[in-house]
Design a protein. Structure first.
Lengths: 221, 221
């Protein structure tokens, strides 16, 4: 079955969410000097392509380790939300009209393609579209998890955060508060259509507020 | 289908290979103070349950990114090599007699259970059994990858490394030199028997000499 890598590589100085510490990827040992190659990583639980657990924002929210392993083999549905302008809101009607499939079939996860991964490593990457609160509520009410090819399902603060509306991460709070998972910083979603399986097992990390993942789409031939 | 987590959790101060830098898992932000929880990680490409690529020890060896993604859904075969003494050599005959399955069926990976994960977080964990050179050559000649529940397929050096024989990581060199992958620090292999699928996608890391993984066994019901 064809598989697609939906993950951004973890690299020295890669884009991070505004205010987060920089990512470090540094050679610890090399074959010429030491006889083996090894690489040190300075990352965090929300580096690059990653999963947010409810414990990321919700008091007493579930950590990743509280989910059965099978959760991370998601029955996924592609949603076309391309064509939005920078910092535009993706409303409920646009979200549902982007779904080219039957929601009555067993489903775990909506994977929203905005196309914004094209701007990875540019300032525009952080001027991404975001979901409306009613769209988030609709997803949560259906018991679905949500993935997206932007760094955030809510608007990302600018240098002048007072410009940003709505404040307070309402999409995070609706979905994580309903025990749902978020997968952020996906890439390459234009290769998908309809249904697929997303295999995205989080690293097992003490605390479990989130984890970087290798996100792999497995498509029926 | 039942799934088993074969990974050790990544935790502050967890066991590392002798001489490697300590692992750091530290709270970066907490809900009470910051409104969200986030955790900083100081790890390396061979922390905890991880995959070694040929590039770990072989000049111009393949990096993890040079393998097709499908490689990391391994057709696996459990091998019972329990009952060995500390620092004992697992020879070819013991390896092959531990296989309770038909090697003529499509196979990617042997997963060797020594039971040594019981000693995780004790000094004895590093006094593990190791493979003989002829066993390694046999695995490489069959084009198989190798997984094990010890920190090393070769003997791990003691404080007085001159005590250790054989020197020079011959098992690593045979297998990585033949373009094979190694999965080390697996755990909980006693739950397996015969065939299963090991899903162990490495984090996508610049350089690609190795990567930590969430290793998941998927067993036919």
């Amino acid at each position: 079955m064809p598989s697609y890598d939906l993950s951004h590589p973890i690299a020295d100085g890669m884009p991070v969410y505004p205010g987060d510490p920089p990512v470090g990827v540094e050679t610890l040992a090399s074959i010429g000097t030491d006889g083996y190659h090894q690489t040190a990583l300075r990352i965090d639980t929300h580096t690059g392509t990653h999963i947010d657990a409810p414990a990321h924002m919700i008091d007493d929210g579930r950590s990743l380790s509280a989910f059965p392993l099978e959760t991370f083999r998601f029955a996924g549905q592609h949603v076309d939300c391309t064509g939005f302008k920078p910092r535009a809101e993706i409303g409920l009607e646009k979200l549902t009209s982007g779904i080219d499939g039957d929601l009555s079939e067993a489903l775990d996860l909506l994977v929203v393609e905005t196309g914004w991964d094209d701007y990875w490593e540019t300032d525009r990457y952080f001027e991404h579209p975001f979901l409306s609160t009613d769209a988030a509520k609709w997803v949560a009410d259906r018991g679905l998890h949500l993935g997206i090819d932007t760094p955030n399902v809510d608007p990302t603060p600018t240098a002048n955060a007072a410009d940003d509306e709505p404040a307070g991460y309402p999409v995070h709070r609706h979905l994580l508060g309903a025990g749902r998972l978020l997968v952020e910083n996906l890439r390459g979603l234009s290769r998908l259509a309809g249904r697929f399986e997303l295999q995205a097992y989080p690293l097992s990390i003490q605390g479990g507020d989130g984890a970087p993942v290798r996100a792999v789409a497995v498509v029926e031939a």
